[in-house]
Ligand binder design. Structure first.
Ligand code: SF4
Ligand code: SF4
Length: 424
């Protein structure tokens, strides 16, 4: 039986998909911006090729399973979007297409099982922590494991940081200038709780009170970007209910989560609360942009001169168009010199679960990114996304220099003078 989906059966996002496909004039300007095209050199592994494949499927001319290997190799990095002169909304097309295709595509039993495990583990910090501990026990058997599990084990830190609970409210220091709600991030809470702690201290130092809604859940990006749209909607609905309305912004410090939450309107299209999702999405802002817009009360300084290379997370630079604010924060720190990474627009290969689902391509992109960073001779790499941080750190660790990597908020926190314990 030919598995088909059609524009006219594509539900509430059918029109958006059709207009994205129609807007593409096949000029190819997006090709140099696409990491998989760089890597594989295949037209069908480029944005233009993938748009053509999706169009063919949606017009009933191609079977879903013939297109999916190319769609699966797409990182979803949306590096192609700013490069497109016709304004093709590739990210919206891809998310909608994956959501439509997933229930109808054929997957092996092993594939289905693996996906189910990922979706049932990663978005839940408690389960994820348990899975990481179990994974650490599997290290001695690494070479007998399938490639995907090996890739996953290679990225894990040797030792997990201690579990740390976030308070319900973290008070501003001095006069309160703003009040925000923070998304804690599921994987980030487990892999690098220091990022949230640094974020709270930096915001507090700048007069921002932070509410951490205790009933919040995963942003849903992992589910949405792997085609599990029902699970993504569930996350969006829970967060709509959990986050308070009486805050100045919903702040995120993980680029993938922020861009996911900014898609709530898209995920909930056709649902009763679509407009609420849209309004919520408009209140979501990356912490670096929020701080620059608010104006920091101090720039901070370091004791020793430090050369810092800033790595653009795709979901911050391309999806949220946040490129200058983190650079501004870093550049303002006394004794810091900001360096640019060659070909910085190309993805590091992390991209959600990409380094688990496409370990070969992810590893090669990670290796290339580490090589590009090494040419800067930086003392430190700074980024605004936990996925990039883990991927870049793992690949830099394989090089002789082993340059350390940290989050933008961790660098700012280090640059701010110590203050009496805040946050209650
Ligand atoms: S740059 Fe835009 S219009 Fe040109 S091929 Fe790529 S997606 Fe299509
Ligand atoms: S999202 Fe990234 S990998 Fe996918 S087509 Fe666009 S540039 Fe290429």
């Amino acid at each position: 039986m030919q598995h088909q989906i059609r524009f006219d059966q594509a539900g509430p996002n059918g029109t958006a998909m059709a207009s994205a496909v129609e807007a593409c004039v096949h000029c190819g300007f997006c090709l140099p911006a696409c990491p998989t095209y760089h890597l594989l050199g295949e037209e069908m592994d480029s944005p233009r090729g993938r748009i053509f494949l999706m169009k063919e499927v949606l017009e009933g001319k191609l079977k879903i399973d013939q297109a999916m290997p190319y769609i699966d190799r797409c990182l979803g990095c949306v590096g192609c979007v700013p490069a497109c002169p016709s304004g093709v909304k590739y990210g919206q097309l891809l998310t909608s297409f994956r959501g439509l295709a997933e229930p109808q595509r054929r997957r092996s039993m092993a594939d289905r099982f693996f996906r189910r495990i990922l979706l049932a583990t990663l978005p839940y910090p408690g389960r994820f922590r348990w899975a990481l501990r179990a994974g650490a026990c599997g290290r001695p058997f690494r070479r007998w494991l399938p490639g995907r599990l090996r890739g996953m084990l290679d990225l894990l830190p040797d030792r997990l940081p201690a579990d740390s609970r976030l308070p319900e409210v973290y008070a501003a220091e001095g006069a309160r200038r703003a009040r925000v709600a923070l998304l804690a991030g599921c994987a980030q809470q487990v892999l690098a709780p220091s990022i949230n702690q640094a974020t709270l201290r930096v915001l507090a130092r700048n007069g921002v009170e932070v509410v951490i809604p205790q009933r919040q859940t995963c942003c849903g990006a992992l589910a949405a970007h792997t085609g599990a749209l029902a699970a993504a909607k569930k996350c969006a609905n829970q967060n709509l209910a959990a986050f308070p309305a009486d805050v100045d912004a919903v702040v995120t410090n993980a680029a993938g989560c922020g861009s996911g939450m900014q898609e709530y309107g898209l995920w909930l299209a056709g649902e009763e609360n679509a407009a609420e999702g849209q309004r919520f999405a408009q209140r979501v802002v990356d912490v670096s942009k929020f701080l620059v817009d608010l104006g920091t009360v101090t720039h901070g300084s370091l004791d020793q001169p430090l050369q810092v290379a800033y790595h653009d997370a795709c979901h911050l630079a391309h999806a949220q168009h946040v490129m200058d604010p983190p650079r501004q924060l870093i550049r303002n720190i006394e004794n810091v010199q900001l360096l640019e990474i060659p070909e910085g627009h190309l993805c590091c290969g992390s991209a959600g679960t990409y380094n688990i689902e496409q370990p070969g391509a992810a590893s090669e992109l990670g290796r290339r990114k580490a090589e590009a960073i090494a040419t800067t001779q930086a003392d430190l790499v700074v980024t605004g996304n936990i996925g990039c941080l883990i991927q870049v750190r793992a690949h830099l660790a394989k090089r002789p220099q082993n340059i350390p990597v940290m989050h933008t908020m961790e660098l700012l926190d280090r640059a701010y003078p110590a203050t009496p314990a805040a946050g209650r």
